[in-house]
Every structure is written in C-alpha cells, then in structure tokens.
Design a protein around this ligand. Structure first.
Ligand SMILES: Cc1ncc(COP(=O)(O)O)c(C=O)c1O
Length: 394
C-alpha cells in the first residue's frame, strides 16, 4: 500500500523545498572538531555542541578502547534484565556526584530521558507548566502524559505565576524549562522559578542539555549557575554535547524518584542499556572536567573574545551568558544566504529562519568551543565582517 503514501510524501517534500524548510544534511568527511572536512573542503566549525572541545579528539579514544576491551561493545539487553554492568552503576553515581543530586538514571538519549519523565510521574489530576520555547523533546514528552498542560510565555515569571494560580488545586504541579535555550543561549531564571515553585508547591524540571559541563562555577549546570543546586527536582541532560559528543543521557533526581524511574519509566525499561563505550568515556570525562577547569575557562575566554570582536565590527550580538551566540539579522533570506557565503569562505555556521525561529528574528547561530584558537576566532570574525559588508549587514 506504499502507493497511497508515496504521493503524500512527494507533495510534502516538494512543499518543504518550496518554503525553504527542507533539510539537506552536510556530510562530514572527517572527525568532529574545530576543523572539519565537507565536500573535500576544510572548514572552521562553529556549529557543533562541542563546547568543551572533546568530541573527535584523541583524549577520548584511549578510554573508549579500554572500556570496550574490558566491558565489551554492547549488552543486547535492557537494564533490568541483564544490561546493567558495574560500569553503568559507576556512571550513575559519578553523574549524581557531579550534579550534586541524590541519584541519576541513564538513558540512550536526552530525548528519551524527557519522554521517560513526564508520563511516569504525572497523570490525570496533575498539571505541567511549560515554557513556550522548550525543546521539542519536552513538548513531545508532555503530550504523552495525561496531565493538564499549561504553556507560559518564554521566561515570563508573571505569566508563569498566573498559570500556577490556575492549577493550584491539582495533586501535583511541575514547572518544566530548558536550562539554556538553544536558539538564543538565554538562561532560564531558575532562582525566580524555584521561588514560585515553593510558593505554589510545584516541582521543578530542567533540561540541561546545553548546560552540563558548561554553566556554573564548576560546570555542573544551570542549577549551579543560578544558585539553586538543591532546589531542582529533575535534571535531564546529555553526555552527547559538551561531555564528549557521542550520545547517552541522564535524569538526575531524588532517591525515590530515581527508584521509581527504574521501575516505571518506559524509555528506560523497554530500551537497551546505554552503550558501554559511552558509559566508560562519560565516567572519564566527568572526572576530567573536574580536574581541568582550564578547559571551561578557555571556552568562556573564547566566547567573550568572539562576542567582543563581533560587536567591535558592528554586529548585533545579544548579551546572553552562554557560548551559543546568535548573530541577529532579522531578514530570513539574508540569514540563510549569508551562512552559505560564510561556508564558501571556510566558516561553517548555520542560518536559522522561520519556522525554526519566529518571523523577523532570523539569525546565524554561532557556537563557540574550547577547541577554537584565538586565530580561529579572528579568522571567523574577519570572514563575518567581509561577508557582512557584502550583505549590507555592517
Ligand atoms: C535542549 C535539548 N534537549 C534535548 C535534546 C535531545 O538530546 P539527545 O540528542 O541526547 O536526544 C537536545 C538536542 O538537541 C536539546 O538541545
């Protein structure tokens, strides 16, 4: 019966090409890193979530090889049957210790960690209050729960309070927010969110995918950055961005909540154990970031340097507190065409236009890494400036 589906797909794909939402994957012919090869061309890479610069480096190859030699490649089992090795317990303990939570439960991805959260704890008679710009995985995860859903305006605490008032009589209430929002690098006001949570007796969930290893005085995440270390109930995050880049994720939470996840969370129970290699490397990386604060310091130096140079050259740079640096252009076509021109000049960045970001807020998103050198950043700014002049941006 593919005959029935084929014309629908053809029409949808043609429409996506027409309205500019069709995605073409650029194929890397190299490892991930500050420099990559695409279509035979060397590019400086400014669009990976490789904030600490570990992805693709030799630093992780030894721990990966050693882990696979010792523990094997994979387990062919879910955790509760015969897929839990000492390694997984060690990773969960290391993750909880790093994030300063009581426990942590691993998942194959952060998408799965989010999907496995809301439906497990919240159902009929409960309410989930969610930021309008939360990641797609939170949006989809909430849809799977039978709890009532209320959406508050992006980081708008007055609106959040209104929504909390509406649900004050529910059995359980949970506020869900990204710790750092990936389009703008803006940081959720967790101190205020926790105050409101206390006032209205709500739980707090954050998705720290872009923050673990990056935010806070010692890289523990947004809860550290905002000074609310013991006030967040669920922290989902990933080993697949700053902490190495391969994948794997966690939900770091309270003792009973972790126990309950291991018993009831469907994306944990009915999905294979986290890859052995990722588990071993993640243990190594969590230890490494604590012993080498200079890596995070380099990331912040680079971020500051890039933002300053761009502003000096006349670009509109928001003052967010994260290595995600959106260069605001407004015009949709300009953002996409300028990113392409930068690609031709050897700088790999991505232009985001509607519907990924609101109309009129098109931008090029730059992601800085600790792996970048000062020369890389100078070169990127030079190219931004020459291309920006051609496009009448500066
Ligand atoms: C905020 C946020 N949450 C969750 C995810 C999903 O993470 P994973 O790739 O581990 O499924 C992402 C990935 O882009 C993300 O940016």
């Amino acid at each position: 019966m593919y005959d029935a589906l084929k014309p629908i797909l053809e029409a949808e794909l043609a429409a996506a090409k027409e309205n500019g939402t069709y995605k073409v994957e650029r194929v890397l012919e190299s490892k991930q890193g500050r420099e990559i090869v695409v279509a035979g061309k060397k590019l400086l890479n400014f669009c990976a979530n490789n904030y600490l610069g570990f992805s693709g480096t030799e630093l992780l190859e030894g721990p990966s090889d050693e882990t696979i030699r010792k523990w094997g490649f994979g387990l062919a089992s879910v955790r509760f049957i015969c897929g839990t090795q000492t390694l997984h317990k060690d990773l969960e303990a290391a993750t909880a210790a790093f994030l300063r939570t009581e426990d942590a439960v691993t998942y194959s991805s952060c998408f799965m960690a989010n999907v496995g959260l809301f439906q497990t704890f919240f159902g009929e008679g409960d309410a989930i209050i969610t930021d309008e710009l939360n990641h797609a995985s939170i949006i989809d995860a909430i849809r799977l729960s039978k709890a009532e859903r209320h959406i508050f305006k992006h980081m708008d605490m007055a609106d959040l309070e209104e929504k909390l008032k509406l649900v004050k009589d529910k059995r359980l209430k949970v506020i869900a927010t990204d710790g750092v929002f990936s389009m703008d690098g803006d940081v959720a006001p967790l101190a205020e969110i926790c105050e409101l949570a206390d006032k209205y007796h709500a739980l707090v969930m954050i998705d720290d995918a872009h923050a673990t290893g990056v935010m806070g005085g010692s890289g523990r995440g947004t809860h550290e950055h905002c000074g609310v270390m013991d006030r967040v109930d669920f922290i989902t995050g990933t080993y697949g961005k700053a902490l190495g880049g391969a994948g794997g994720a966690f939900n770091a939470t309270r003792k009973e909540a972790a126990d309950y996840l291991r018993n009831r969370s469907r994306t944990y129970l009915f999905s294979n154990a986290l890859d052995t290699g990722i588990a071993g490397v993640s243990i190594f990386v969590l230890d490494y970031v604590q012993k080498h604060p200079e890596v995070r310091e380099r990331l912040w130096d680079n971020t500051k340097y890039f933002r300053e140079l761009m502003a000096q050259n006349g670009f509109k740079v928001t003052d967010a507190q994260h290595p995600i640096t959106p260069i605001m252009l407004g015009d949709e076509k300009k953002a996409v065409d300028m990113a392409k021109a930068l690609f031709d000049e050897g700088i790999y960045v991505i232009g985001f236009a509607y519907p990924v970001v609101p109309k009129g807020k098109a931008r090029i998103r730059v992601q800085i890494s600790a792996a970048h050198t000062k020369e890389d950043i100078q070169r990127a700014v030079e190219k931004f400036t020459s291309v920006g002049k051609k496009f009448g941006v500066v």
